[in-house]
Write a protein that binds this ligand. Structure first.
Ligand code: C5P
Length: 395
């Protein structure tokens, strides 16, 4: 296993030497990349002697002539760890800036990323740093939170580099998790659907597609091959997933059913419209003094059809309900023949449609349940897959 250890310019840079040793003990070949500021605290010689590998320091100074080291190392790494990660480096990573070897290497990498921030507590609390961390976590980076305590500048607060065993454990977890779904294919429906009234108006719902995107990202992190059939959603879909764009429930039905047979896990996270407009007008419906009646006909139940089309797949639905009563979700689970259903109480603030956070209750076909805390949608997605995998393991 190969790890790239990025060290940026914090007083805690000297502790990266212990981390390099710890990762080597766990079986990693460690290659260190130092930023200019890190070299004010620690030397290339120290890390080269410790790891037996050349350090990367300058984007244009290649240890092997004619090879682009930042691309080579990004390609051969199983994981990239930045410890300590300064506010400056974190903000650059979030913005996609590549103005030194470390940030360029991170841009060239699609491997799991572990970040261990270390900085002055005010810098850690700064909105820019917190926003960068939230964005990086949403994109799938594992953040090993800094600890509270006395920091080098004489202040007290959160900003001390996490313990070396905690960072090493996070690296091992991320690397082993990245192959859990190896060879597995995951299909996710996501976002709202739009049901046209005429050529310029439609009926839709409040779904942002954030939960579907988070589920796709989390499945990619576990090593799955992911396809998302997405309605017109606001949330960005992860670059690593194959995406099929649809607009109406009928289009989502046809796209999902044509794919369904090849997948191991199928998740219905989309908020599919229950009805479509039968008396749809072509062109633009004109305003008049008359009352207008829309005739609505039911849409097919996509996830129920998926269960029939691929009975060997593990199919999981979502149930957005304005209640904490799980019996409604349990009834849907039975009616649709699902492996599990994630009940989402949308009557509570901070969960459900178009929120950054969520809280789910998973109900399984055998009657067991599991409840998450209120957390960010990407943490919730991680929790979701952990629960599904452990439920599969006990069967
Ligand atoms: O029946 P209900 O809409 O409450 O069930 C919600 C679950 O069923 C979600 O997983 C949703 O994606 C799925 N669904 C579907 N096709 C529909 C309606 C809902 O796949 N037409």
């Amino acid at each position: 296993m190969n790890a790239v250890l990025g060290v940026s310019g914090s007083v805690a840079a000297y502790r990266a030497a212990d981390l390099a040793r710890e990762l080597m003990r766990s079986g990693f070949t460690v290659r260190v990349c130092l930023t200019d500021s890190a070299q004010e605290f620690v030397s290339v010689a120290l890390f080269e002697a410790l790891t037996g590998q050349p350090c990367l320091i300058d984007t244009f100074e290649e240890p092997e002539r004619g090879r682009m080291a930042h691309i080579d190392w990004a390609r051969s790494a199983d994981v990239v760890v930045v410890a300590p990660a300064t506010a400056n480096t974190l903000n650059k990573l979030a913005a996609g800036v590549g103005d030194d070897m470390l940030t360029t290497l991170c841009l060239a990498s699609n491997k799991p990323l572990v970040l261990a921030p270390a900085m002055n507590p005010q810098m850690y609390l700064h909105e820019a740093t917190q926003a960068a961390l939230a964005l990086l976590a949403e994109r799938g980076a594992e953040i090993v939170e800094p600890l509270e305590g006395d920091v080098a500048c004489g202040e007290n607060g959160q900003g001390k580099l996490a313990s070396i065993p905690a960072i090493a454990a996070a690296v091992l977890d991320v690397v082993s998790a990245s192959s859990i779904f190896k060879g597995k294919r995951v299909l996710i429906t996501s976002g709202p659907t739009r049901e046209p009234i005429d050529d310029v108006r439609y009926i839709t719902n409040r779904s942002s597609g954030k939960m579907g995107s988070a589920l796709a990202r989390a499945a990619l992190r576990l090593g799955a091959e992911v396809t998302v059939v997405a309605g017109p959603q606001a949330a960005r879909l992860p670059a690593g997933a194959t995406t099929v764009r649809v607009e109406t429930a009928l289009e989502m039905h046809d796209a999902t059913l044509s794919l369904a047979s090849g997948f191991d896990y199928i998740v219905g996270a989309a908020a599919v419209a229950d009805y479509h407009v039968v008396n749809r007008v072509s062109g633009k419906m004109r305003r008049s003094a008359e009352t207008v009646h829309l005739e609505l006909a039911p849409n097919p139940d996509i996830i129920a059809a998926v269960v029939a089309a691929n009975p060997s797949a593990t199919v999981i639905g979502f149930a957005a309900e304005p209640t904490s009563d799980l019996s409604v979700a349990a009834t849907k689970l039975k009616r649709k023949g699902l492996f599990a259903i994630a009940a989402n109480d949308v009557s509570q603030a901070g969960q459900g449609f178009d929120t950054e956070t969520n809280r789910l209750d998973l109900v399984f076909a055998d009657g067991r349940t599991a409840s998450s805390e209120l957390m960010s949608k990407h943490q919730c997605a991680k929790w979701f897959w952990e629960q599904i995998l452990s439920a599969k393991a006990v069967r």
